[in-house]
Design a protein around this ligand. Sequence first.
Ligand code: TRP
Length: 472
Amino acid sequence: MHGSRPLKAHRNNRKSTGMRTHDRQSIHGQWSSRLTFIMAATGAAVGLGNIWKFPYLTGIHGGSAFVLVYMLCVAVLGIPMMMAEVMLGRRGRQTPINTMRTLAKEANAGQGWQLIGWFGTLAGVLILSYYSVIGGWTIGYIVHAATGDFSGLSGDGATSLFGDFVGNPWIQVAWHTAFMLITMFIVARGVQSGLEKAVSYLMPALLVLLLVLVGYAMTTGYFMQGLAFLFTPDFSHFSGTSMLTAMGQAFFSLSLGMGTIMVYGSYLPKDISIAGTSVAVALSDTMVALIAGMAIFPIVFANALIPGAGPSLIFETIPVAFGHMAGGTFFGTLFFVLLLIAAWTSSISLIEPAVTMMIEKFNMTRRTAAVWTGLVTWLLGLGTAFSFNVWAEVKMGGLTFFEQIDFLTSNLMLPIGAIGMAIFAGWVMSKHVSREELGMNSAAGYFIWHALIRVIAPIAVSIVLLHAIGLF
Ligand code: TRP
């Protein structure tokens, strides 16, 4: 096991420059092992993005080509960006805001760099406000599944089941509230007793449930068709937009550009390899997305459903599939439990920067900070909860409240944050600091990372951003 593997002693970091930085300890606790960090960061990365968004985007963009480009983006952009974000976090050992301020000082750069931290903290709260509503859907669907509402369901029946569900503002608020309460409860207990304990139970359970679902998919008789859809190269439905979508999805799925990974990095002990752990997290995240695809598409094909159905794929289509299968009530319930667990571990990571910010800036206890951030996030989430019913017609620029927040965060804030971090790590931070903090054995490895983070990542992410705001 990784956790019991002897760790390499960290080389020469005591005698080099930046002594004070090196002696910094996170005031919020520290991961107890490398495996715990990998599981927590994977828990943050694996969420609705993998299990709900990845399959539906793959379906819309024609399958295998999207999967291929997505994996390429994870390898070329995602892994170097994750290394940069973990490195910044571990170097600074504070919240994204204070980390950026300290590191900017260390590099004799302007204080404006802490905006990256403020920006990311705000993005986390904004993302969580709607993430919690979708997380609430998974709770509601656990109940629907468990009470047998899926059995014998037709396509129309599933559509109206979902329509009635999102159309009722009180149901929306109730499940949104339940999701936020669970999130706040774990966050309030802190990184050691809260996060660690939660992820060390939830992540293995998640994997087991996914594999059970794949096992079920194998019995449908359409497993090979599902695999072919995901893995037989076919670029016929692949466009320039697909390329950009795949890149954006890689960033969202890995939780990059917001400060989530920076906070998790700040809890990482000095002697653990950043490159190795980043690769492990990126691989686990991608594996979960692929396993989710392998579970979902055979079920889609076995029931003559449409792979490109869009965001409704899970909530309107999958219940039909489960409704027509032997054991559908049981497996349907498992599916939404799985989705809830994934959303829950991601939501913890989305609120963590704001909670640690409140602790540092306002000298609050963790519990008070969790309550206040949770309350603000919950209030914001009401806008999303109502945007599917009573506020469905309240639009700005043709977008509902939910669509506005989703556009603002995914298409604007995350790419801007990612570019900022890449430029800081590649241009502002001195080479010897980043080299020392990454602690890579291989000079060639460091050279490649530095070139990717300095040139390739800022340019590639700029392309995504300019596309998102419609400049080309
Ligand atoms: N990556 C998560 C998912 O796939 C969502 C998420 C958690 C996230 N933390 C984040 C996305 C930080 C962007 C930034 O569902």
